[in-house]
Design a protein. Structure first.
Length: 284
């Protein structure tokens, strides 16, 4: 069972609640959509799943229907009691927490509701206003999360999955590519949400790489991404201009990178080579 539009409105009205604009809450009220997400995510009886922003449990119930072992995270303390009432009978573990500050190791520690604590999938309808930091923080701090299947604003989804040369490609795209591969696998219309957003959503599949794309023993991650941010900070300029004083001219030649290229044309490995060939330069 999942929540219909009518059931969701009745639940909210009964408890004097409403979707929070501050928390970016847009609840999915179409059972076919949440079942589609659960199906496309590929989770099942042997999967430990963490869901961020579970709301009133529409997607949570669809995930539980697959037999997956689900941990549902919700920040809104007003919704948590209703969420527990909806999903705990299905074996779901509910955690009241903020995904932007939660201790990932503690959250993903073994519990009676999970078969193991070594490999997790994240499946979530992420609030538009925190989607990027939630994904990037999980990639940085939660290596146990080996795959993600997230519904996000279409523009955000395109940024997460963009490749060099794409209009949406930017520093966020490079950060994702450092940790994982990503692609947009579907679209979701605004009509399936309450309240209805002004834009459509995208379904994004993210698969963590066995090892990161640039060896941190050669180029520390903080060094790499300082360079990336500097390059994209003036993305319309050629790299020899945007990175002037940071990357010496000879480093471009050593890295095999055209100094007249622009930031959006470089893949993560090229950024890594450029950072490796310009060590010790101040980015401040």
């Amino acid at each position: 069972m999942t929540l219909s539009r009518r059931q969701l409105r009745l639940l909210l009205d009964e408890h004097g609640l409403a979707p929070s604009r501050a928390l970016g809450q847009n609840f999915v009220v179409d059972p076919n959509t949440v079942r589609r997400i659960a199906r496309l995510s590929g989770v099942g009886p042997d999967t430990s799943v963490v869901e961020i922003g579970a709301g009133l449990g529409a997607l949570t119930l669809a995930l539980a229907e697959t037999g997956a072992h689900v941990t549902a995270v919700e920040i809104d303390r007003g919704l948590v009691p209703l969420l527990r009432a909806q999903v705990e009978a299905q074996g779901v573990r509910v955690v009241e927490a903020d995904a932007l500050t939660v201790d990932w190791d503690e959250l993903l520690s073994s519990s009676s509701s999970t078969p193991n604590d070594t490999s997790w999938a994240m499946v979530a309808n992420l609030p538009y206003n925190v989607a990027v930091p939630v994904v990037l923080r999980a990639l940085d701090e939660a290596p146990k999360v080996v795959s993600m299947f997230v519904m996000v604003q279409r523009e955000v989804g395109e940024r997460l999955a963009a490749e060099p040369g794409d209009e949406a490609y930017g520093a966020v795209s490079v950060k994702v590519a450092y940790h994982a591969t990503a692609r947009v696998v579907g679209r979701v219309p605004a009509s399936v949400f309450v309240p209805r957003p002004a834009v459509e959503s995208a379904l994004v599949r993210i698969e963590r790489r066995p090892v990161v794309a640039v060896d941190p023993a050669v180029v520390p991650a903080d060094r790499l991404f300082e360079l990336v941010r500097a390059g994209f900070g003036q993305r319309r300029k050629m790299l020899r201009q945007s990175l002037a004083g940071i990357v010496p001219p000879e480093a471009f030649t050593a890295a095999g990178v055209d100094p007249e290229a622009r930031a959006e044309t470089l893949g993560v490995q090229e950024w890594g080579r450029l950072a490796a060939c310009a060590p010790g330069q101040s980015l401040s």
